[in-house]
Write a protein that binds this ligand. Structure first.
Ligand code: ADP
Ligand code: ZN
Ligand code: MG
Length: 504
């Protein structure tokens, strides 16, 4: 480092630890449900195991292991024959046993990777490990006062006391740890979006659940000269750099913001010749800033040791039988090839697995272009406008297919289909035929008769000429033609009138 502190070119280095809630019916070590009612009472979804009562023994949830194996396959990780559980010891009121059951030196997924695109370029981030663990309970810090409890929840620094709820304790989590491969907070957001997309495709994750993804973001600053041409940085430099860990960020955008703040804060310290303290920081979502929480804990603080109540887990032989669905990148590519869709349409139609499935169901019945327009443009557009999701209409696939059919068979105009029928379907929950009937949108019988009259005139110039030269009998011939065209459904008197009008 020859340059002075002030003139050094600096670069950010970022690594993530992402905690994701796995979608299982029951908790990871007991039979308690993972799904709480909207307004559930605290401490009602608990049992001796997840309350950590003496003598209670954990039993590993098969569903959580299956979900972890799926994640491992999706990120191309090694899934070792045998994997083990450890106790991570620390005292905190949300942790009823005073230790968390987690994985340590033999995690279920090792050495994976995830590709994503950022600003038009493909990026690959290495995933060091992804392991199973249990979620702790949740705390509510409360201030004394006359108001309802809900209005007295405050930050820990202002609280008079703290309430603890163990309903969440024992929810299965996967902690996904990346290598410090990110160089820019914006990349982190793109990565998290991709990760979420993959997890949702796998059916192991629900992004709409509160707190289902929580991110710890590590950032350090190095000399730009230490970053090689291909973006890599030596181990020694990485270990040397003092880094901060911003804990418990709850959104992709929050992660980007917290890291951007940290990058600026650390660079400013270095430029002023000051040292960056290795510490744990808290992200204040409203201020968009981070504050120091504590000096960083070290591994030895946790006294990791084997969880003796759980035997080693062997997944070999079993893991081969756990299938994973086609993942988003592959599906996008297939949509482009199989249905001849543009990049943009293929992206929209694979934005979630549910959208992609919905599209493919519609595309089995109609031309792919028509199906793509109706799902990608019309349906997704109208849903988006109403803040609705595809999952709000997946049950109504038949109704939607019927709507497209009405357009495809020319029974209603595309304009009416979109502006009236589709919108009313979403706003009022009616079926397309009911709406067509109520609004009188069908191309009516009258229209069909008028069309038949015009056709009959066009097709029979001789009869027309005869009629025009005064031969009334020719008109009867034309009436007969129209009656034949409408299958006899038209009223002869009306037809007669229409013909006279048309020929006048
Ligand atoms: P610890 O043992 O302190 O938890 P790890 O080596 O396990 O540290 O890494 C934890 C996280 O910190 C990982 O996500 C990793 O990518 C990230 N990390 C490691 N070194 C750096 C660094 N120099 N700058 C930023 N992040 C880093
Ligand atoms: Zn329980
Ligand atoms: Mg760590």
């Amino acid at each position: 480092m020859s340059a002075t502190a002030e003139s050094r070119e600096l670069a950010a280095v970022i690594g993530l630890e992402v905690h994701v809630q796995l979608e299982t019916d029951t908790k990871i070590f007991c039979g308690c449900s993972t799904r709480g009612e909207e307004d559930e009472e605290p401490n009602t979804r608990v049992c001796p195991v997840c309350l950590g009562l003496p003598g209670a023994l954990p039993v590993l949830n098969e569903g959580a292991v299956e979900a972890a194996v799926k994640v491992g396959k999706a990120i191309d990780a090694d899934i070792p024959e045998e994997t083990t559980f450890h106790r991570k010891n620390y005292f905190y009121p949300d942790l009823p046993k005073d230790f968390q059951i987690t994985q340590y030196d033999a995690p279920i997924c090792q050495d994976g990777e995830l590709e994503f695109s950022h600003q038009g370029a493909r990026r690959l981030v290495n995933i060091r490990r992804a392991h199973l663990e249990e979620d702790p309970g949740s705390l509510r810090h409360v201030r004394d006062g006359p108001a309802d409890l809900e209005n007295r929840i405050v930050g820990i620094d202002r609280a008079d006391y703290t309430l603890v709820d163990y309903n969440r304790a024992g929810t299965p989590l996967m902690e996904i740890v990346t290598e410090p491969d990110f160089r820019d907070p914006k990349e982190v957001r793109a990565f998290l979006e991709k990760l979420e997309e993959v997890l949702e495709y796998l059916g192991v994750f629900d992004s709409t659940r509160d707190g289902s993804m929580r991110i710890d973001a590590n950032l350090s600053i190095v000399d730009a000269d230490d970053v090689a041409e291909d973006g890599t940085i030596s181990k020694a430099v990485l270990e040397d750099a003092n880094r901060t860990e911003v804990k418990n960020i709850s959104s992709h955008k929050g992660a980007e913001k917290a890291l951007a703040y940290e990058e600026t804060r650390q660079k400013n310290l270095i430029k002023r010749g000051k040292a960056v303290a290795q510490e744990t920081r808290h992200f204040n979502e409203t201020h968009g800033s981070t504050v120091s929480m504590r000096s960083k804990e070290e591994e030895k603080d946790y006294r990791y040791f084997r969880e003796a109540d759980l035997p080693a887990l062997r997944v070999s032989g079993w893991k081969e039988e756990i299938p994973i669905p086609e993942l988003p990148d592959a599906r996008r590519e297939r949509f482009r090839e199989e249905y001849g869709l543009s990049q943009e349409a293929a992206s929209k139609l694979t934005s979630t697995k549910q959208v992609a499935d919905f599209f493919e169901d519609v595309a089995t019945e109609f031309d792919a272009d028509l199906a793509a327009t109706w799902v990608a443009d019309n349906l997704l557009g109208e849903l988006n406008y109403r803040d609705m999701q595809i999952t709000d209409v997946t049950e109504r696939l038949d109704e939607f297919t019927r709507l497209v059919e009405l357009v495809a068979t020319d029974e209603i105009t595309a304009k009416n289909a979109e502006e009236t029928v589709l919108r009313t379907m979403l706003d009022e929950g009616l079926a397309p035929d009911e709406i067509v009937e109520r609004e009188g949108l069908g191309k009516t019988d009258d229209d069909a008769v008028v069309a038949a009259v015009k056709e009959a005139i066009e097709e029979n110039p001789e009869a027309v000429a005869d009629y025009e030269s005064g031969e009334e009998g020719a008109l009867n011939f034309l009436v007969g033609q129209v009656m034949a065209k409408t299958g006899g459904s038209a009223d002869p008197g009306t037809v007669n009138g229409l013909l006279r009008e048309e020929l006048a």
